[in-house]
Design a protein around this ligand. Structure first.
Ligand SMILES: Nc1nc2c(c(=O)[nH]1)N[C@H]1C(S)=C(S)[C@@H](COP(=O)(O)OP(=O)(O)OC[C@H]3O[C@@H](n4cnc5c(=O)[nH]c(N)nc54)[C@H](O)[C@@H]3O)O[C@H]1N2
Ligand SMILES: Nc1nc2c(c(=O)[nH]1)N[C@H]1C(S)=C(S)[C@@H](COP(=O)(O)OP(=O)(O)OC[C@H]3O[C@@H](n4cnc5c(=O)[nH]c(N)nc54)[C@H](O)[C@@H]3O)O[C@H]1N2
Ligand code: SF4
Ligand SMILES: [Mo]
Length: 898
C-alpha cells in the first residue's frame, strides 16, 4: 500500500456515549494509527486515553472465529439452522414468551433494529431487553414521564454556553473524559462559569468543581425536592412558562415540601452541612443558564426514575429548558445507548420511540412491518428476565454484545440461570467471556473496525462506524446473523436486507411513518439514502427536518436536503397528549439495602479511567492496564485506621449474596462507612473480583433498573500464608490459590497470587501451573527456612515464565524490571544471572504507577520533576515531561502532584 493511496477512515470511537470521531490511518506495515477527528462535533480534535489506545486493541488473542454448537465448529448454515430450529421448536411448544433476546447498547443501530423486529414482530414476544436496562432505563422513564417521549433536550455546546454546570452522579473526568475536557476549557474561557459536583465520593471530577456535595449515598431526591421547594418559596418560578407549558407544578411542589420543608432538614437527610446546601440552592436559584448533567449515580438506583424527575422538575419550574446553555442532560454510557432507544430495544418499547402498550402504536408498527403478530404487553426486563430463565419459564436466550454473567446484579444467580437454561446462544467477538462459558451455541460477531453502520451519542448525534479491516475468521455482522436466522425461521421476505444501509433506510422510514409531528424522533428524510450518501454521511443531530417539503420523497440523504436540531423544546411544546411538560411528584426513598450491625459498610461501584466494562477490550492493552492495574476495594482512611488496614492488604468483602477477594486501597475521597469497588474485573481477570457477586437485585419499580451503585457489606482480612507472582507469556489457569488477579503487561501476563495453604512442593506446583508446549528448562532457587521459592522457565534461550513466592508480599521483588525482560527474545547473560534475585545487575529506575498513559509517565517521575524543578502548573509539567499534553485524561491527577 503506498502512503498516498490510503486516506484515513473516518469512524466513531466504540467506547463511551460521548461518541468521538476518530480517523484511522492504515500504515504501510499493516498497523493503524488512530487520531482524533477534528471535524467531529463531539470531540473537535480531542480523544481520551481509551480512544488514543484503540489501535492496540484491534487484534484480540481470543477472538471467536467460527460458529460452534456444543463446542464443535460448524458452518454458518448449520449454526443459523440450529438457532432457528431451537427458537421455532421452543415457541411452538411453550409459546412466544418462552424465548428471549438480551442485547446491548454496543450493537449498531442496524443490528438492534433487526433483533427487535424479529422478536417483537415475528416471534411475537416482547422478551427482548438490553444492558441499557442497567444503564439508561431510569433516565428513559424520567424523560418519558416529563416530556412524553425519551428525549435529551441539550446539546454538548450547552456545556460551553452555560454559567453553571451541576454534575450529579457522574464521574465525568473518567467516564466522559472528552466532555470533561470541554468543560475544563469552557471554565478557562469563562472564569465565571461555576461547577457543582454531587457525588458521595470525592472523584477526579471534583477537581473542576467549585462546590462538592458529598451526599449520603442514595439521598439525591431529598436534595432535589428541597431545591424545588426552595425555588418555589423564594420566587424563582418562571410563572408564564410553568402556566403555559407544564402540568402538575403544584402537586410536585406540595409533595416536595412534605419530604423537605427547609434547608436544615435537607442537609440532615443528605448528610451535608446547612452551608453547603444553602450555597448550592442559592447558586442554582441565581443562575439562569444551568445545565444539570446526570448519570449512573442517579440512574442506578431503586428510585432512579424519580431522581431523574426530581432534577427535571427544577428545570421546568425555572423554565430552564429549550434555550442555549440550559437543561437537564443525561449523559449516555454506551456508544449506542441512544440508538438502541431509537429502535426500541427495551422490553417496554416498540420501535421508533413508540410504545408496546399503546394500541395505535402497535397497529402502526405491525402494519409497517407487515408482521404476523405483535405482543400486546411489555416483555421481561433484564433482572426479571434472568429470574424467569432461572425458573425455567424462559427456555432459550440469545445474548448479543453483552456479558450478563458479570454486569447484572447477583451474578451468582445469573450464572445459575444460564447453567440451567435449555438453550443459551451467545453472539460475541470474544471466545472467553464469563458469559460465553454457558453458551450452547456460539456465534462469532464482527467488532469495531470491521462493522459498518450507525451509532447515536448522548446529544442525539448520529455518526457512522466505518470498517477499515476485513472480518476476522468467519465472523459476521450482528444484523446479518439475525437476518439469516429470520430467513431460516421462514421470514425471508420480511428481512430482505443485503447491507446495513438497507436496514438503516427501513428504520429511517419507520420514524416518519404516519408521524405527522407526533413523535419527535424523525429521521425519515434519510429514507432514500443512497450508498454514496450513506458512506459520506456526516455526524448529525436528530430530529432531522426536511429542508423543503418535497425533499423527503426525493432526498438521497445529501446534507443540503435536511436540517438538524441542536436543541429540543425551543417552542415550549412537548410530546405529551397536552403538549405540556409534566412535573412528577416525588416521594424520596433511600436505597433498599441498609447498613446493619452485620454489614456495616455501604458499597458503591463504578468505573476507572482506562478500563471499559468487563475488560474484553481494554484488558488486553498493557498501556490501558497500567493506570489502575488491579481490582481493589477502596476504603476511607478512617475505616482503614479503625480496622488496622493498610494499602494492599487482601480482604474478603462479603454479604449474604456472596464474596469478593480484593486488595485494600485507602482513598481520601471516600466518606467513612463507604467503600468503592470498580465494576470491571471478572473471572477472566481475578479470583472473586466480580462486584456483581454482592449486589442485590433491587430494581426501580418504574424502570426496572438495578441499584448497581449500592450494597451493604462487611470486610475482613483474607487468611493467607504465602504471596507470590507469576509473569508468563501465556494466559494461565490457576487453582490452589485463595487469591489471584491478572494484568496484561508488554508481551506477557502478570499474575498476583496468594494462598492459605503451602503446597507440598513448590517446584512441582510451578511445573503444573506453567506447563506448556516445547521442551522447557528451569532455573530454580528454594530457601526452606525462609519459605521462599523462585523459578524461571525457559524455552531455548527465551524466558517463558517466572514465579516468585514468599511468606509476605513485602518480601517479593519489585516487578518492573522482570516484566521488561519479557519484551526481549533472549536474555543477556547478566540478566539471566540476576533473574532469580529479581533485581538487575545495573539498577533501573522505578518510575511508579503510570499516570499519563499516552507517554507512559509514572508518578515518581512526576513527583521528582515537580520537586526538583519547582513546577507549579500543568503546563510546566507538560513542558518538562510531556505528561498531560496529548489526550489530557490525566490532567485532574497531575494537579494532585502540584
Ligand atoms: N472509563 C470508562 N468510561 C466509561 C465506561 C467505562 O466502562 N469506563 N462506561 C460507559 C458507560 S456504559 C456508562 S453508563 C458511563 C457511566 O458514567 P458515570 O455514571 O459517570 O460512571 P460511574 O463510575 O458508574 O458512576 C458515577 C458516579 O456515581 C457516584 N454515585 C454513587 N452513588 C451515588 C449517589 O447516591 N448519588 C450521587 N449523586 N452519586 C452517586 C459514584 O461515586 C460515581 O463516581 O460511563 C461510560 N464511560
Ligand atoms: N455493579 C455494577 N454493575 C454494572 C454497572 C455499574 O456501574 N456497577 N454498570 C452497568 C452498565 S451502565 C452497563 S452499560 C453494563 C455493561 O456491561 P456489559 O454490557 O455486560 O459489558 P461489556 O464488557 O461491555 O460487554 C460487551 C460484550 O460485547 C462484546 N462485543 C463487542 N463488540 C461486539 C459486537 O460488535 N458484536 C457482538 N455481538 N459483541 C460485541 C464484547 O466482547 C463483550 O463481551 O454494566 C452494568 N453493570
Ligand atoms: S471520550 Fe474517550 S472513550 Fe468516550 S468516545 Fe471519546 S475517545 Fe472514546
Ligand atoms: Mo452503561
Amino acid at each position: 500500500m503506498s502512503e498516498a493511496s490510503v486516506s484515513p477512515v473516518r469512524t466513531t470511537c466504540p467506547y463511551c456515549g460521548v461518541g468521538c470521531g476518530v480517523n484511522v490511518q492504515p500504515e504501510t506495515d499493516g498497523s493503524f494509527t488512530v487520531k482524533p477527528d477534528k471535524l467531529h462535533p463531539a470531540n473537535q480534535g480531542r480523544l481520551c486515553s481509551k480512544g488514543m489506545a484503540l489501535a492496540e486493541t484491534l487484534d484480540h488473542p481470543m477472538r471467536l472465529l467460527h460458529p460452534e454448537i456444543a463446542g464443535r465448529a460448524v458452518s454458518w448454515d448449520e449454526a443459523s439452522t440450529e438457532v432457528a430450529q431451537k427458537l421455532k421448536d421452543i415457541t411452538a411448544k411453550h409459546g412466544p414468551d418462552s424465548v428471549a433476546f438480551y442485547v446491548s447498547g454496543q450493537l449498531l443501530t442496524e443490528d438492534y433494529y433487526v433483533a427487535n423486529k424479529l422478536m417483537k414482530g415475528f416471534i411475537g414476544s416482547a422478551n427482548i431487553d438490553t444492558n441499557s436496562r442497567l444503564c439508561m432505563s431510569s433516565a428513559v422513564v424520567a424523560h418519558k414521564r416529563a416530556f412524553g417521549e425519551d428525549l435529551v433536550p441539550c446539546s454538548y455546546e450547552d456545556l460551553e454556553q452555560c454559567e453553571l454546570i451541576v454534575l450529579v452522579g457522574t464521574n465525568t473526568a473518567w467516564c466522559h473524559p472528552v466532555l470533561y475536557q470541554r468543560m475544563v476549557k469552557a471554565k478557562k474561557d469563562n472564569p465565571s462559569l461555576k461547577v457543582v459536583l454531587i457525588d458521595p465520593r470525592r472523584t477526579q471530577t471534583a477537581d473542576l468543581a467549585d462546590l462538592h456535595l458529598a451526599v449520603k449515598p442514595g439521598s439525591d431526591a431529598y436534595l432535589y425536592n428541597g431545591l424545588l421547594a426552595y425555588l418555589a418559596d423564594n420566587g424563582h418560578t418562571a410563572a408564564a412558562f410553568v402556566a403555559q407549558h407544564t402540568e402538575n407544578s403544584e402537586g410536585a411542589i406540595e409533595q416536595a415540601k412534605i419530604s423537605a420543608n427547609d434547608v436544615v432538614a435537607v442537609a440532615e437527610q443528605c448528610g451535608l452541612s446547612v452551608e453547603a446546601v444553602s450555597a448550592f440552592f442559592t447558586l442554582f436559584a441565581s443562575t439562569e443558564k444551568v445545565v444539570s448533567v446526570f448519570s449512573q449515580g442517579v440512574n442506578q438506583s431503586s428510585s432512579g426514575a424519580d431522581k431523574g424527575n426530581a432534577l427535571i422538575n427544577c428545570h421546568l419550574l425555572t423554565g430552564r429548558i429549550g434555550k442555549p446553555g440550559m437543561g437537564p442532560f443525561s449523559f449516555t454510557g454506551q456508544p449506542n445507548a441512544m440508538g438502541g432507544r431509537e429502535v426500541g430495544g427495551l422490553a417496554n418499547q416498540l420501535a421508533a420511540h413508540m410504545d408496546i402498550e399503546n394500541p395505535e402504536h402497535r397497529e402502526l408498527v405491525q402494519e409497517f412491518w407487515q408482521s404476523p403478530r405483535i405482543p400486546q404487553q411489555q416483555g421481561l426486563k433484564a433482572v426479571d428476565l434472568f429470574e424467569a430463565i432461572h425458573e425455567g419459564k424462559v427456555k432459550a436466550v440469545w445474548i448479543m454484545a453483552t456479558n450478563p454473567a458479570v454486569s447484572l446484579p447477583d451474578t451468582n444467580r445469573v450464572r445459575e440461570a444460564l447453567e440451567k437454561c435449555e438453550c443459551v446462544i451467545v453472539s460475541d467477538c470474544i471466545a472467553n467471556t464469563d458469559t460465553m462459558k454457558y453458551a450452547d451455541i456460539r456465534l462469532p460477531a464482527l467488532t469495531w473496525g470491521e462493522r459498518n453502520g450507525t451509532v447515536t451519542n448522548s446529544d442525539r448525534t448520529i455518526s457512522r462506524q466505518r470498517p477499515f479491516v476485513p472480518a476476522q475468521g468467519e465472523s459476521k455482522a450482528d444484523w446479518q446473523i439475525v437476518t439469516e436466522v429470520a430467513h431460516k425461521m421462514g421470514y425471508a421476505k420480511d428481512f430482505p436486507y443485503q447491507t446495513s444501509l438497507d436496514v438503516f433506510k427501513e428504520h429511517a422510514t419507520l420514524s416518519g411513518y404516519k408521524n405527522d409531528g407526533q413523535r419527535c424522533f424523525d429521521i425519515s428524510v434519510l429514507s432514500g439514502l443512497s450508498r454514496e450518501a450513506f458512506d459520506a454521511l456526516q455526524p448529525m443531530q436528530w430530529p432531522l427536518k426536511a429542508a423543503d417539503a418535497s425533499a423527503i420523497e426525493t432526498s438521497d440523504g445529501s446534507p443540503e436536503d435536511y436540517m438538524e436540531t441542536t436543541r429540543l423544546f425551543e417552542d415550549g411544546l412537548f410530546f405529551t397528549p397536552s403538549r405540556k411538560a409534566r412535573f412528577i411528584s416525588v416521594t424520596p426513598t433511600l436505597p433498599q439495602s441498609e447498613a446493619s450491625h452485620e454489614y456495616p459498610l455501604v458499597m458503591n461501584t463504578g468505573r476507572v479511567r482506562d478500563h471499559w466494562h468487563t475488560l474484553t477490550r481494554t484488558g488486553i492493552s498493557s498501556r490501558l492496564s497500567l493506570h489502575v492495574s488491579e481490582p481493589t476495594v477502596e476504603i476511607s482512611p478512617q475505616d482503614a485506621s479503625s480496622r488496622g488496614l493498610k494499602d494492599g492488604d487482601l480482604l474478603r468483602v462479603h454479604n449474604q449474596l456472596g464474596e469478593l477477594r480484593l486488595p485494600a486501597k485507602i482513598d481520601q475521597g471516600l466518606q467513612q462507612g463507604n467503600v468503592f469497588v470498580p465494576m470491571h474485573w471478572n473471572q477472566q481477570f481475578g479470583h472473586s473480583a466480580t462486584v456483581g457477586n454482592v449486589i442485590p437485585s433491587a430494581v426501580d419499580p418504574f424502570s426496572g433498573q438495578p441499584e448497581s451503585k449500592h450494597a451493604v457489606v462487611e470486610i475482613e482480612p483474607l487468611n493467607t500464608i504465602w504471596h507470590g507472582f507469576i509473569i508468563s507469556r501465556r494466559q494461565l489457569t490457576l487453582s490452589n490459590t485463595s487469591y489471584w488477579h491478572c494484568q496484561k503487561v508488554d508481551d506477557a501476563w502478570y499474575y498476583a497470587l496468594a494462598g492459605d495453604q503451602l503446597p507440598e512442593d513448590w517446584a512441582g506446583m510451578s511445573r503444573k501451573v506453567l506447563c506448556g508446549e516445547g521442551k522447557a528448562n528451569w532455573v530454580e532457587y528454594f530457601d526452606s527456612a525462609r519459605q521462599t521459592y523462585r523459578g524461571a522457565r525457559f524455552i531455548g534461550e527465551s524466558l517463558e515464565s517466572c514465579v516468585f513466592v514468599g511468606p509476605s508480599a513485602a518480601q517479593l521483588p519489585e516487578t518492573t524490571w522482570l516484566k521488561q525482560l519479557f519484551t526481549q527474545d533472549q536474555l543477556t547473560k547478566s540478566d539471566r544471572q540476576s533473574l532469580l534475585s529479581g533485581k538487575p545487575a545495573v539498577v533501573v529506575e522505578d518510575t511508579g504507577k503510570v499516570v499519563c498513559s499516552c507517554f507512559n509517565i509514572g508518578e515518581k517521575t512526576i513527583q521528582q520533576a515537580v520537586q526538583t524543578n519547582g513546577l507549579t502548573t500543568i503546563e510546566a509539567i507538560g513542558k518538562c515531561l510531556k505528561a498531560g499534553t496529548n489526550c489530557g485524561s490525566c490532567i485532574p491527577e497531575l494537579k494532585a502532584y502540584l
